[in-house]
Design a protein around this ligand. Structure first.
Ligand code: ATP
Ligand code: MG
Length: 742
């Protein structure tokens, strides 16, 4: 293996032989992308064309061929799993030097930057990161304090509105300036302000803050931005089509000085608009960087020709896209199977039988199969059948280990150790296990803390003035002293030892043992499982670093874990949503529930009209292109979902596929139309299609209430842009949305 030695880094010199070495297994276009190291570069290409692979090789080339120091290279990926894989692959190409390259997700990169400089923007470096459940509980508190009715101003809507604002870089003051005078929005502006103040007081940030606060840091302290601009000579972003405006801004400022920015993506795979992703970021790259070189990769190495043709058939129906050619020299392969089944149980049965058949043939192992679906709720039936058939499986993004109560509790203990200002975590465990600290006393503490702008932790030292009894004040003082003691001890302990100390000395484990139920036993087992996680972490960390700092690092890891990260490449069939499958590949793929209303999702169409439909179609493209050799598209005549029986015709996406590419054994029964793509026509939609819409019409929507039509676009279907007073603008398909004309 090539050994990197610090001494050989000389800028400007080049090791020509390396390009030759790395070019093995690369086509000429890929090679061009790999060797274009200077200036802005856009690699725009379809699925499975080796985009991610080019980034990996490019990093190796920079280090090995161009003698760039590894720590001067930044690569941003979409998930931690992708980051880990990229690090491994660069490692395979290079050896040890891969460790020093900054390969991480946006969020992990921001945490790293904030740990260094959080003081500059009013936090300390050991700030806590809130998960969605904690966000919700803070918001409930804020809404209550403002005396708003939760039915009018719901925490869930508030979370979305605040997240949207942050993704668009709209701070509290600006939000108030924009919305402060609108009837309901004014209340949300107040909630946003209250929420943000509460986070600052708790020395805490939510996920969106991580990005927004780095941008703030760069703005207020240009010298910090300059430090990173100087540090990173080369910047890479994979899956660039799914960046939101805040992330876009961040990348742009980092690359501003040297302009060595390489972005990689596929506009056809942009599937996160609902979370603020902006596809225009990739489409406008050449405008942003006029000197940009563009490399288009057109050869797909992942899928058989039939699968690829099916993907192309579907995606070409999107109007808002640049057409591109994607081809393969792989064999045509099996036809894609479009299977009509009776109901969701038949669907599950079919999947199990196919898996068993493939396994019996000896051509496949368990890890070769993926079952994909539109929403998590669809996994249940397949899961039940896998259990009955004794087939090992793993659900990605189902009930997460870290969402369990006991795991959250122990994490809250750790958070308080490193960030005593985190009253959100302290409140969670102040009376867990039971210490006779009642809810009323806890509110007294919190009110007092809020009034004096102090943390609950500090108030505990002397709680008498808050109005609690002398006995309770004693308990609180003693608890605080115990925490202080744990803190001191933790400095010299491994994470595992600290966690063991906490579980034992807090009385947490003892309480579970006393309970002695099946449930409490399971909780104890989960805590044991947690210790295996901490042991893994301890193995990876440097013991000379202060124990509290190591706990901080661990908590970061836990917070940043995304749903895709618990895919272990073990011997299991995996089940996940198509969103979670982005970037992955499997020899055999089943897509379940390829039915109207489910996929495309009825909700996406109702709320976002043509744009919603196009995003669903991109999702179909992502799903189809995960398959290497075999692909099954399943649709059921009836389906029980969310407790209701649905009768959905096969998805329009199926009818968009050329018939000769499909093997459609179950699709002949009467009543199943496979033909031109067109929405399901019911009496209702027919009547609606006859309504003439004009700008200025008043619409009554089942959920959004009354709104005014501000734009009408008539194409295959009529699309309306409607302004609703509380919901803002929505694009609706007149024929499909639950609307009527007033
Ligand atoms: P996606 O759009 O799904 O993220 P991608 O464009 O990033 O896909 P990769 O995941 O990098 O594609 O590559 C797809 C598959 O093709 C991988 O298994 C990769 O190893 C393989 N591959 C890429 N380029 C080549 C090549 N030149 N020769 C052989 N195999 C290749
Ligand atoms: Mg990729």
């Amino acid at each position: 293996m090539y050994k990197i030695d610090n001494e050989i880094y000389r800028s400007g010199s080049e090791n020509e032989g390396v390009l030759g070495e790395l070019s093995v297994g690369m086509n000429p276009r890929q090679l061009e992308a790999l060797s274009t190291t200077e200036g802005p570069l856009l690699i725009m290409a379809g699925a499975g064309s080796g985009k991610t692979r080019v980034v990996t090789h490019r990093i190796a080339y920079l280090i090995k061929g161009k003698y760039v120091q590894p720590w001067r290279i930044l690569a941003i990926t979409f998930t931690n799993k992708a980051a880990r894989e990229m690090r491994e692959r660069v490692g395979d190409l290079l050896g040890g030097a891969a460790q020093d390259v900054w390969i991480s997700t946006f969020h992990a990169m921001c945490v790293r930057m904030l740990r260094r400089d959080a003081e500059k923007i009013g936090f300390t470096s050991n700030f806590s990161i809130l998960d969605p459940a904690e966000q919700k509980s803070v918001l409930k508190g804020v809404i209550k304090r403002l005396n708003y009715d939760e039915k009018m101003i719901s925490p869930k809507t508030a979370i979305n509105k605040i997240s949207d604002a942050k993704n668009n870089l709209v701070g509290v003051a600006e939000y108030k300036a924009i919305y402060g005078r609108q009837p309901i929005m004014e209340k949300y502006a107040a909630v946003y302000a209250g929420y943000q103040a509460e986070l600052v007081r708790n020395n805490s940030m939510d996920f969106d803050d991580l990005i927004m606060n780095v941008i703030k840091l760069f703005k207020l302290h240009p010298e910090v931005l300059e430090h990173y601009q100087d540090k990173f000579d080369y910047i890479h972003v994979d899956e660039y089509q799914d960046t939101n405006d805040a992330q876009y801004n961040l990348v742009k400022s980092l690359a501003d000085k040297k302009q060595n920015i390489c972005v990689v993506g596929d506009a056809d795979q942009s599937i996160y608009a609902w979370r603020g992703a902006n596809m225009n970021n990739i489409l406008n790259f050449e405008k942003d960087y006029p000197a940009a070189k563009v490399v288009l990769l057109e050869q797909n190495y992942r899928s058989t020709k039939n699968i690829l043709d099916v993907a192309n058939c579907v995606i070409k129906n999107n109007k808002k896209r640049k057409d591109k050619a994607l081809w393969t020299d792989r064999v045509a392969g099996d036809k894609v199977v479009s299977m009509h089944v009776k109901d969701e149980r038949d669907e599950g049965r079919f999947i199990i039988e196919k898996i068993q058949e493939c396994l019996a043939s000896g051509k496949h192992s368990l890890r070769d199969f993926a079952v994909l679906y539109r929403t998590n709720a669809q996994s249940r039936t397949v899961e039940e059948m896998l259990i009955k058939s004794n087939i090992p499986y793993r659900i990605v993004g189902g009930h997460k280990f870290y969402d369990r109560k006991e795991i959250k509790d122990i994490i809250a203990y750790l958070k308080v150790l490193v960030n005593p200002a985190d009253s959100i975590s302290l409140n969670r465990i102040i009376n867990v296990p039971k210490r006779a600290i009642g809810a009323t006393s806890v509110s007294k503490l919190n009110e007092f803390a809020a009034a004096y702008d102090e943390s609950v932790y500090n108030i505990m030292a002397n709680a008498l003035p808050t109005g609690v009894s002398a006995k309770l004040a004693n308990t609180l003082g003693a608890l605080r002293a115990t925490f202080e003691n744990w803190k001191t001890k933790a400095q010299d302990l491994s994470l595992t030892e600290t966690v063991q100390t906490l579980i034992k000395e807090s009385g947490y484990e003892a309480e579970l043992k006393r309970e002695n139920t099946i449930e409490s036993q399971a909780r104890i087992e989960n805590l044991e499982e947690f210790l295996s996680v901490t042991k893994e972490f301890d193995k990876r960390t440097d013991e000379t670093v202060d124990g509290l700092e190591r706990i901080s690092d661990f908590l970061n890891d836990v917070s940043l874990m995304s749903e895709i990260d618990n895919v272990v490449d073990g011997q299991e069939v995996v089940l996940m949503t198509m969103h979670a499958a982005k970037g992955l590949e499997f020899p055999v793929v089943f897509i379940a529930g390829v039915e109207e209303n489910i996929f495309p999702s009825g909700m996406a169409l109702n709320e976002n009209g043509q744009e919603g439909l196009e995003e669903e179609r991109r999702l179909a493209y992502v799903g189809i292109t995960r398959a290497e050799r075999e692909l099954y598209l399943l649709h059921a005549g009836t389906r029980m979902l969310y407790g209701r029986t649905q009768f959905n015709p096969p998805s329009r996406f199926i009818s968009e596929i050329d018939r000769e590419l499909l093997d459609a054994p179950g699709s002949s029964p009467s009543g199943i139309r496979i033909g031109k793509a067109k929405p399901v026509e019911t009496k209702e939609t027919k009547a609606k299609a006859e309504v003439d819409w004009a700008v200025g019409d008043i619409v009554v929507h089942k959920r959004f209430g009354e709104g005014e039509v501000i734009e009408v676009t008539a194409d295959d279907m009529t699309e309306l842009l409607v302004e609703f007073p509380d919901q803002g603008q929505k694009r609706l398909l007149a024929e499909l949305a639950p609307i009527s004309k007033k």
